[in-house]
Design a binder for this molecule. Sequence first.
Ligand code: FES
Length: 124
Amino acid sequence: MANVTFSSPLHKDKTVYAVAGSHKKTILELAKENHIPIDFSCGDGECGTCLVKVSSIDPASRNKYGHMGGPLNAREVTVLKGLGKISQAQIDQMYVDDLPPTEWRLACQYIVRDEDIVVAYPSR
Ligand code: FES
């Protein structure tokens, strides 16, 4: 079970519970199920509309960069680079460390793990 807290300056914070072990549900799917109004468009990691910031509630489970989740997938890399949210050096290091080097993520691509996280939106 993971607690996912959605935080926005425009809406009341809401914490929802993600079922442990599914490892298939994205932040965007979880948000939709729980009526969290995260903006999205393509739903396929191409437009960048669903940009969010993801951070850890539990410092013990942070990686060396202090960020959560698995490495960015190729679509996230392309979109985040295009938005200027990640540098080529960070991308290169990510492939060495196999860790996400930035808190910037795409809600439609980030698979929720068994980690307690805060998802800040909108992030533009
Ligand atoms: S909705 Fe387009 S990148 Fe996530």
